[in-house]
Design a protein around this ligand. Structure first.
Ligand code: MV4
Length: 448
């Protein structure tokens, strides 16, 4: 097992990795930019190294600086968290070349599934349903127009190197398609240095269901059931839960088994997530893989009792999974609310600043993953997530009641947050009855 691990991230996920290391008796080194110099969680690390100014390109996204910190601190492994370099296969390769274990998937599998067109091909190869669309990349406009005619509008143009909604354009007619192809290619070229795009039939008002995968380096690969992530705004998830409401056990098991088949074909190990869309007729379609630990991983930890970060570290150290698929049960209902320093009444505008009052909820069935406290200054340089409020109860009805109570207890002053929005969501009949799809926020909150 490793003696020392560096966590190449910040905020709540850095604290989450620090805690897993301390639970395991592993020394942990944190890195910070000048914007995070006074972050309280740094005191929980055995060592904290400043890697540069606030701008990510000169700190949390800077491979040379992170590797230098790892060399200076003499660590054996790096945990990338999520975001930043977590899905950068070049970074994973540099770690390997520097003889530092990358706590995540092998760089080859990361690169393979990170290309959404390649992931689609893999899915087809192992008989996992994909959205009807182009056989491969779109090479010319005429082909795209013919295919759209054949499929029928609306269609979705997707960047092969994109993900999480980046490099996507909806086209509802030929003109949209021509303009959309140009725009998606340019955006993808600029953002990912890869402008290749493919087409899919646009699934109207889908549910967004993702399957948690965990695999070791000895060929053992299992799923840890699904999470429903449909409640989001512009690809930013707000609420995630497991089990997904109103999903039959038969569809649930079919989706989860499909996810395992797909990542097995990719030679994947460590934690990963397969994303699916489910349409109104309960048809499910694979859309992409997230080759990292995700923000919402605690939802799965609560219903399965498995510590996913601890498992990632064990797997990276070469250990076998300690259990087989039949031992993985989904117990009760877990729901997560993302508490962001944003103002839902002002188009979710970020609300950085100093937290004047922080009164978090607690008690039975409540978990709060956060790096903030009263007096903490929320920096303007990074994403606005300041806490993840989770509840775990025997049933969804009890989980909703528990979340309502926890949100009522949660008092924050000094920055605007998404707490008031969550209070409304948990009183909305569509949410309570499990009838939310990915357009719920736009259809219910964007009027005002
Ligand atoms: C789709 C889709 C509908 N039809 N693909 C969003 C980002 C990535 N996770 C895949 N996503 C989607 N892919 C087809 N063929 C709907 C989504 C989607 C979504 C799209 C627009 C706005 C918000 C969304 C939230 C979740 C999923």
């Amino acid at each position: 097992m490793f003696q020392r691990i560096l966590v190449a991230n910040r905020g709540e996920i850095a604290l989450r990795v620090i805690r897993a290391c301390r639970d395991m008796g592993i020394e942990v080194v944190a890195v910070f930019s000048e914007a995070d110099r006074d972050a309280p969680y740094l005191d929980l690390a055995d060592e904290a190294i400043c890697i540069g100014p606030p701008v990510p390109a000169q700190s949390y996204l800077n491979i040379a600086r992170i590797i230098s910190a790892a060399e200076i601190a003499n660590v054996q492994a790096i945990h990338p968290g999520y975001g930043f370099l977590s899905e950068n296969s070049h970074f994973a390769e540099v770690c390997r070349d520097c003889k530092i274990e990358f706590i995540g998937p092998p760089h080859q599998a990361m690169a393979l599934v990170g290309n959404k067109n390649e992931a689609r091909k893999l899915a087809k190869k192992v008989g996992v349903p994909v959205v009807p669309g182009s056989e491969g990349l779109i090479t010319d406009e005429k082909e795209a127009l013919r295919l759209a005619e054949e499929m029928g509008y609306p269609v979705l143009i997707k960047a092969a190197a994109g993900g999480g909604g980046r490099g996507m354009r909806v086209a509802r007619n030929d003109i949209n398609l021509r303009v959309g192809l140009q725009a998606a290619r340019q955006e993808a070229e600029a953002a990912f240095k890869d402008g290749s795009v493919y087409l899919e039939k646009y699934i109207e008002q889908p549910r967004h269901i993702e399957v948690q995968i965990l695999g070791d380096r000895h060929g053992n690969l299992i799923h840890l059931w699904e999470r429903d992530c449909s409640l989001q705004r512009r690809h930013q998830k707000l609420v995630e839960e497991s089990p997904a409401p109103n999903l039959s056990q038969q569809v649930r098991e079919t989706i989860c088994q499909a996810a395992v088949r797909l990542v097995k074909e990719a030679g994947y190990f460590s934690a990963g997530t397969c994303e699916f869309l489910v349409d109104k007729d309960k048809n499910f379609y694979f859309i992409e893989v997230n080759a990292r630990i995700q923000v919402e991983h605690p939802v799965t930890e609560l219903v399965t009792g498995i510590d996913l970060v601890r498992e990632q570290i064990r797997i990276a150290a070469g250990e076998k999974l300690g259990y087989t698929q039949d031992k993985i049960e989904q117990r009760g209902s877990a729901i997560e609310c993302r508490i962001n320093a944003e103002d839902p009444a002002a188009e979710f505008r970020p609300s950085p600043g100093t937290i004047k009052r922080w009164h978090p909820p607690g008690g039975p069935g409540v978990r709060l993953d956060t790096h903030v406290e009263a007096g903490y200054r929320v920096p303007p340089n990074y994403d606005s997530l300041i806490a993840k409020l989770l509840v775990h109860q025997p049933s969804r009805t009890e989980a909703i009641a528990c979340m309502r109570r926890a949100l009522a207890e949660f008092q924050v002053e000094g920055v605007k947050t998404t707490i008031p929005l969550h209070r409304e969501i948990f009183n909305h009949s569509a949410f309570v009855e499990g009838r939310v799809d990915t357009t719920f926020i736009e259809r219910n909150w964007m009027k005002g």
